[in-house]
Design a protein around this ligand. Structure first.
Ligand code: ZN
Length: 296
């Protein structure tokens, strides 16, 4: 029962945080403050009333247009709100599956996992849209995101290692140390993979194929998901990117503009973020199926 109520609450809270994210996504690229001024129409500048700010509902009621100037608000607003709402609901449902008989420390570890999952989803939706709309993965999101992921995994390891052993401090410190070392190696390996591809692309094509922002995004994914999770996210991202490239080629060649295909830039970061979300929520079962299939 608590799990169901928690999931519904997280979904509603996610709609509200998705709504705030929309404000950020419109204002960050322009260098505007996300606090001041209050929400307004970006076309006619009129300040919105409270009932025009209700996530999802307002957009549907107004059919996606400003009440006064009829400017098209865009699909991104309801989609981002829905995405954060749904992902937060799934995160709470997914990570709150613990036995109530467990000691309090296990419940704290569970809560940390829930909050971590929610924060990571919010961050990845933000980065996905910024790269899609502006081909921009800002350092001030990816670098603090990587540090937060690193600290989050250490905290979780620390709490989990408190669980079974009676001689705590040493076992905990050792567990945290080992987990920190693995994490650093995972971040280095994931970033190195992107830098290697970037360098190979440069050798062959003599122009930039993958941006440094993508390398920092991979570091962020490795910090949160570990190396196997980050590689899964990378693989999903590359598959989605290849699919998008083929679809784009088909559309452009139907319009007889296929030569512009080679010059068009795909937002790889957006696909990596989608891969990261899938890997964060369902990475373990996917990797388990893969390992069984590969006979490992
Ligand atoms: Zn307007």
């Amino acid at each position: 029962m608590i799990r169901i109520l928690g999931t519904i609450f997280a979904g509603l809270l996610g709609l509200a945080f998705g709504s705030f994210l929309n404000v950020c996504l419109s204002r960050w690229p322009e260098g505007e403050s996300v606090v001041q001024p209050r929400s307004h129409c970006r076309q006619c500048g009129r300040t919105l009333t409270w009932w025009e700010n209700v996530p999802l509902v307002s957009w549907l009621a107004l059919r996606g247009r400003c009440r006064t100037c009829r400017a098209w608000i865009g699909w991104r607003y309801p989609l981002v709100e829905l995405a954060v709402g749904v992902l937060w609901a799934i995160s709470v449902w997914h990570f709150s599956d613990y036995d109530p008989e467990l000691p309090p420390i296990a419940i704290y570890a569970g809560l940390i996992a829930v909050f971590g999952g929610m924060l990571l989803c919010w961050l990845l939706v933000a980065l996905a849209i910024l790269d899609l709309e502006n081909l921009w993965l800002p350092n001030w999101l990816t670098i603090p995101g990587t540090v937060t992921g690193f600290l989050f995994v250490l905290l979780r390891t620390g709490l989990e290692s408190l669980l079974p052993t009676p001689y705590r401090a040493q076992a905990t410190l050792r567990a945290i140390g080992r987990s920190g070392l693995y994490e650093l190696l995972a971040i280095l390996a994931a970033t190195g993979l992107i830098l290697l591809i970037r360098w190979l692309y440069w050798l062959v094509r003599h122009r930039e194929g993958i941006g440094l922002g993508d390398a920092k995004l991979m570091a962020l994914l490795a910090a949160w998901l570990g190396l196997p999770g980050a590689l899964l996210a990378f693989w999903i991202g590359i598959m989605l990117g290849a699919l998008a490239a083929v679809v784009l080629l088909v559309i452009l060649s139907a319009r007889r503009e296929s030569e512009s295909w080679a010059m068009s830039k795909l937002p790889l970061g957006t696909f990596l973020c989608i891969g990261g979300i899938v890997s964060s929520l369902w990475g373990q079962p996917i990797l388990a199926v893969y390992l069984r299939w590969a006979g490992l």
